[in-house]
Write a protein that binds this ligand. Sequence first.
Ligand code: GDP
Ligand code: GDP
Length: 435
Amino acid sequence: MSNIVALVGRPNVGKSTLFNRMLKKRQAIVDSVAGVTRDRHYGKSDWNGREFTVIDTGGYIEGSDDAFEGEIRKQVELAIEEATVILFVVDNQIGLTDMDKEVSRLLQKTDKPVLLVVNKVETNKNRLDAVEFYELGFERYYTISAMDGSGTGDLLDAAISHFSPEVHVDKFEGLPKFTIAGRPNAGKSTFTNALLGVDRNIVTDIAGTTRDSIETIYNKFGQEFVLIDTAGMRKKRNVEEDLEFYSVMRAVRAIEDSDVVLLMLDAQRGIESQDMKIFQLAQKNRKGLVILVNKWDLVEKDSYTMNEFEDQIKRKISPFTDIPILFISALTKQRIFKAVELAMRVYENRNRRIKTSELIDVMIPIINATPPPAVRGKYIKIKYATQLPTKTPQFAFFANFPQHVKEPYKRFIENQIRERFDFSGVPIQVHFRKK
Ligand code: GDP
Ligand code: GDP
């Protein structure tokens, strides 16, 4: 599971400015979870090769101090629970306030590293003003300008120095990792338990790094794999939106750590917006995907039902159609091993490497028969293609005028690849390059 850096502090100190500065330009995920009182954001970042997740715990409600106190307490408590490192941001232009002192007091409860960040320091003169923050009792502070970026390098150096030495769950290195995700009550834990109950070959049962996600190593079909169940994330909490936020966060991290996502739907509800969110996360992170329609035992069936269901799902996820959909019942154990088989197949597809000679033999005749449309009298010629040595399937086609190859043709090529080779459940990328 990845390291988490959480930004806390009173409103207007510059948390979201700092958040935006820390995010990777071409990051895989930027998302926000709308709350009743605020939006919260999380995103991916890296510094000196260490990847981490940044959480901006967001703005607060304007209103009474009482409401504010409650809000800030929750925010700090959650940051303490979830973060690897906490950045406590204060505002040098305004100076030390009572609210800062209150936040500071709340942060004293944790053993986790808390770095005091004095923001809005753009000049040396400003830097001297910052000394008043020593009153908060921190050994040192970091002066930065979130706006122009100065000081942020030293701050990030300090932040990552608190990360654990290994970023990833190396105990599972080399094993296929499957994450079961889906809305609460879809049947994720029933599914996990069903596999667990039937399968006598369990090697280990290790509680997750993250308290509430359960990682289990299975040994099945002579193949070992890790199953990550995010089901336990429904912990009782009084605040719905915090629950929602952190359950999404956990699912995000579990998905990032896995190879294949088993998206579990409830057959009685169909595909819903939360499911679409997981779907998009899997796509954005280029993970393999299998859709499991669970509780199939509860559906009154006639001969069309399955097709109708499939059509409904395919319409929702279009244009991604090459994704396996399986109807299961975790309760009666119907097709649960088939689900594992499918996940394995998608895992293999994701690692599939097509030999250059084979790719050329198959694809060049197709291209010759249906070349890209000529642009302003220029014929586009493609003579060579190869699969790139990337972690997930990517293909390069070499052309005289690659810039003139348009989206519809790329899609055509992708579909042709999918028809000839098995990449079902796996995102693939097609690039056109100058030969
Ligand atoms: P948040 O409520 O803590 O998320 O604060 P914001 O990031 O929204 O920033 C509040 C205000 O402070 C905005 O007007 C920002 O433009 C400004 N601000 C943020 N960082 C800096 C900084 O480093 N220097 C200066 N001068 N202004 C900043
Ligand atoms: P989770 O929140 O996704 O982990 O869902 P659970 O595994 O806790 O299941 C939620 C409820 O749905 C429980 O009452 C399960 O017994 C029930 N359930 C799960 N799978 C099935 C199924 O295939 N058929 C039926 N009828 N009920 C199921």
